[in-house]
Design a protein around this ligand. Structure first.
Ligand SMILES: Cc1ncc(COP(=O)(O)O)c(C=O)c1O
Length: 424
């Protein structure tokens, strides 16, 4: 981008913006509009979005049904405080979610980000045990390779070594950490850990089937059944964090549907609002919710973010659910899986490539070592792909057409092949 094409707002704010996960001054491309699967830059270039806006834009960008729902909502009730006042969008959304999600989920707490929805789940679990007369159950168990957010309550649940919060080691007390029970050995180890710590553990938190920001690793559904069994055996609540995997990303509406297991508490966000406004939901099953009907000082969930259940975000989420009901999103995700598998195959066996894997609409090429240099190669090829660490991955909008996906996978194969020749 020449200086001539650099918008004045970009230069004016450059020394004032605090960017995420990056040093000051880190390059950021100015985007002026987005529609379908394309991002439009200030200099007129278009990039095919391989990330779906951090895995949220399942229907693509600026879907007219979502935009119209927000426009109508903005004209009538853009926001209203949610304590003591109610609005239709939130109540409709809560009811629809309890119908959509398999299992006896009866209550929905609406917040404004994924991390907060996990924090709410943790608080629900701790208060549940207070009500049950076991206030000593305050700890959590999480898994190596996991990621559950950036807040102080969720960082302890992330992988403490490979995760992005490693520098905080010692700042807070970490959660108990285990390997996912994917075989007899890891199952026995988890069983033993839970037996030893059951008295103090409130809940176990896990991303079903696909660990996202911790490394885009996949694992088989039967591990979720093992988790359910072990939690029941040891009297521990099971929290599924479907913030990344929910809404068809892994090829089923919710990843846990590929197993028999149903969690006690479920966290949703990202694609919940069609990826267009910040919104998250924490859902509790009937026995958890019913515990909060007791006469007990802990039977009031002490949480209430200012912008919780924002009507614009709820309007977007209701509109997004309309699209899931009327459009073939699941079939699209399943078709993406086949195409990603076929078209990323040329990366298999390239020097420096340690793994190529696909689950639903997630395609991953894992390298031996990280390389920041890859990023420019993607933009030069007209695609938006942002590898992290050693992981080059695609999580495109579910509506992406065959040709555009071929363009994305082609760019990945070319960039990785070139890197493999020069760097290994
Ligand atoms: C599985 C999972 N949990 C929690 C979060 C945190 O969500 P947010 O960034 O909205 O706070 C993320 C975000 O990437 C996630 O992938």
């Amino acid at each position: 981008m020449s200086q001539h094409d650099t918008p004045s707002w970009l230069s004016a704010g450059h020394d004032h913006i605090w960017p995420p996960y990056a040093r000051f001054g880190a390059e950021a491309l100015p985007v002026v509009s987005a529609s379908g699967v394309r991002l439009r830059l200030a200099d007129g270039r278009e990039l095919i979005d391989g990330m779906a806006n951090w895995w949220t834009a399942c229907h693509g960008h600026a879907h007219p049904h979502l935009v119209e729902a927000i426009r109508a909502q903005a004209a009538t009730l853009p926001h209203v405080m949610f304590a003591g006042l109610a609005h239709e969008g939130a109540y409709r959304l809560a009811e629809r979610l309890t119908r959509l999600v398999p299992g006896d989920f009866t209550r929905v707490f609406l917040s404004e980000s994924g991390s907060v929805s996990v924090e709410v789940a943790l608080k629900m679990a701790v208060q549940y045990w207070m009500i049950a007369g076991k206030p000593e159950k305050t700890r959590f168990l999480a898994f190596r390779g996991g990621y559950h957010g950036d807040t102080l309550g969720t960082m302890p649940l992330c992988d403490p070594e490979e995760g992005m919060h490693a520098m905080y080691a010692g700042v807070f007390s970490p959660a108990l950490l285990a390997d996912l029970p994917i075989n007899a050995q890891t199952e026995a180890a988890l069983d033993e850990t839970l037996a030893r710590h059951a008295d103090g553990v409130a809940a176990l938190v896990v991303e079903p089937l696909a660990q996202g920001a911790g490394g885009m690793r996949f694992y088989p559904p039967h591990a979720l059944d093992v988790l359910r069994r072990l939690c029941d055996r040891h009297g521990i609540l099971l929290i599924f964090d479907e913030i990344f995997t929910g809404f068809a990303r892994t090829g089923s509406m919710f990843a846990f549907e590929q197993s028999e297991a149903i969690p006690d508490i479920l966290c949703l966000s990202k694609a919940l609002s069609g990826g267009i406004l910040p919104l998250a939901a924490t859902l509790a099953r009937r026995p958890i919710a019913e515990a909060f009907e007791a006469e007990h000082p802990a039977a009031v969930l002490m949480h209430g973010p200012t912008f919780m259940a924002n009507p614009l975000a709820c309007a977007a989420a209701n509109a997004s659910l309309d699209l899931f009901e009327t459009q073939p999103r699941l079939a699209q995700a399943q078709a993406l899986e086949l195409q990603l598998k076929a078209e990323l195959e040329p990366c298999v066996g390239l020097p420096g490539v340690v793994d190529v894997r696909v689950k639903g609409a997630i395609g991953v090429v894992e390298l031996q070592r990280p390389s920041d240099a890859l990023r420019h190669g993607f933009v030069a090829r007209g695609v938006w792909v942002r590898p992290f660490g050693r992981v080059v991955y695609l999580t495109p909008p579910l509506i992406i057409g065959q040709e555009d996906l071929t363009h994305l996978t082609g760019a990945v194969v070319e960039v990785v092949t070139q890197w493999s020749r020069s760097a290994v």
